[in-house]
Design a protein around this ligand. Structure first.
Ligand code: G6P
Ligand code: MN
Length: 441
């Protein structure tokens, strides 16, 4: 075991980076570092975060070498962990993912519906390049990937790199939810033992055990139905996130068995969501006017005063902490439980083996060792089967450059459903993504 690790963050210009950097500096006890380098293709965005990072590391972890670069030629040399969060096309393209479907009366969202498919196909070319680049220089490095839409990216990568055992796909929304349940019950969610199944942004907590072995799911369900639900994470306090958390009470009213992932709101209540989404002002606009402005302004302020002490951008670490903790679990072989994406391979009985399911797993030096889920009820099985088929066809459309499969994928997607709508939205997305997508034939 190496005494100190080398880490590369891909997507150094992301607004999530200050939190990740803070978590990295803070958790030297569980993830000791020698070198941290951020890499991004967008020099301007990354420089702002990078200058902030230099000050943060100088103050909090002066022994760690920190730098940032747009030159990938040697960035992955002798690397142990690659933390990957890219956004191909940036917020401009997120905006088209949201607005093109919405203009047709279909849900437009970053990871969901037709917009999610557009983003998934965009992400793949860059993701494949990143994995190949990492492997050329560091064959054993762990790639911790949370690039969205994680469901499609995880499935696509598993198809392109079938022999890869050092890519871990993980999303922070299950952790965000666990923290929010902890807040609601007034206890520390790190002590919870969750049981979860589904696909990414499409899953359910079936049990959450506390230290005494009591299942908290019924307690949380009753509490949410009576008092509503609010996010614990400061990053999820914009109006659209508050609305999203509020929808959990609706879902628990109709489907009280399990605690749903918030993204299920779109699939279960598309008409209601459509009526409340504004095609002229979507989540990308909200992010540009909130998180983007706040993070970049704060990083610039830190650079100007020369100190990151007490800085607001590093107050909340849910996302960063999760990434550091899961990396540490691999490094130190702690076998802690995380909710991650893994190949089904029999975890959910009767479900396709190649599906990338999201489930609880013990994480250690061998990567994620998932816990069996077994049989699931027809309602969940039905929802998941359609969603899996959509995910698979969307990625096959990308890999085979197949227009027909893209059309099938969108027709299957619950948020499109009608084949004529599917063709119309597909043609519009092809046009909008022509700089990013392969030509579909
Ligand atoms: C959650 C999801 C992520 C998503 C993030 C930010 O944490 O799991 O996949 O990227 O929210 O979404 P936002 O709309 O705030 O950019
Ligand atoms: Mn996610």
């Amino acid at each position: 075991m190496k005494e100190k690790l080398n880490v590369v963050i891909v997507g150094g210009g992301s607004t999530w980076c200050p939190g990740i950097l803070k978590s990295l500096t803070k958790h030297q006890d569980i993830l000791p570092l020698k070198r941290v380098v951020m890499y991004d293709t967008d020099a301007d965005r990354q420089a702002v975060i990078g200058e902030f990072g230099k000050i943060l590391f100088r103050e909090e972890a002066p022994d760690v070498a920190f730098d940032y670069t747009t030159d990938k030629s040697r960035v992955y040399e002798d690397v142990d962990f690659v933390l990957c969060q890219i956004r191909t096309g940036g917020y401009d393209m997120r905006s088209t993912d949201e607005k093109i479907p919405l203009s047709m009366g279909l849900i437009g969202q970053e990871t969901v519906g037709a917009g999610g498919m557009a983003y998934g196909i965009r992400s793949m070319t860059d993701m494949i390049e990143i994995v190949n680049d990492v492997r050329a220089q560091s064959p054993e490095a762990w790639i911790i990937n949370y690039t969205n839409p994680a469901a499609l990216v995880a499935y696509g990568l598993a198809r392109v790199f079938p022999d890869e055992h050092h890519i871990l796909n993980i999303c922070d929304q299950p952790v965000n939810l666990l923290r929010s349940y902890g807040r609601l019950l007034g206890c520390d969610s790190r002590e919870f033992e969750p049981v979860y199944f589904g696909l990414n942004h499409f899953g359910w907590f079936t049990h959450i055990y506390d230290k005494a072995g009591r299942d908290l799911v019924p307690v949380i369900r009753d509490h949410v139905r009576e008092h509503g639900f609010k996010p614990a994470d400061a990053e999820q306090r914009d109006q659209s996130w508050l609305d999203t958390y509020a929808m959990v009470a609706d879902m628990l009213h109709d489907f009280p068995d399990y605690l749903p992932n918030t993204y299920l709101q779109y699939y279960l209540y598309p008409k209601y969501k459509l009526a409340h989404l504004d095609p002229a002002y979507t989540r990308s606009d909200e992010v540009i006017n909130s998180r983007e402005k706040r993070v970049f302004a704060e990083c610039r302020r830190v650079a100007q005063v020369g100190s990151a002490k007490g800085s607001s951008v590093v107050q909340n670490d849910a996302h960063g902490d999760m990434i550091v903790e899961v990396s540490s679990a691999i490094y130190r072989n702690t076998r802690q439980t995380f909710i991650v994406m893994v190949k089904n391979d029999g975890i959910i009985e009767g479900f396709p083996n190649d599906a990338m399911v999201e489930v609880a797993a013990s994480v250690g030096v061998n990567g994620p060792q998932p816990y069996a889920v077994g049989k699931i009820e027809p309602f969940y099985y039905g929802l998941m089967t359609t969603q899996y088929s959509y995910e698979r066809l969307a990625m096959e459309a990308y890999l085979e450059h197949s227009y027909e499969k893209a059309l099938q994928a969108l027709t299957l997607n619950r948020l499109v459903n009608d084949a004529k709508d599917a063709r119309e939205v597909l043609d519009k997305l092809i046009e909008a993504n022509k700089d990013y997508w392969p030509e579909l034939k």
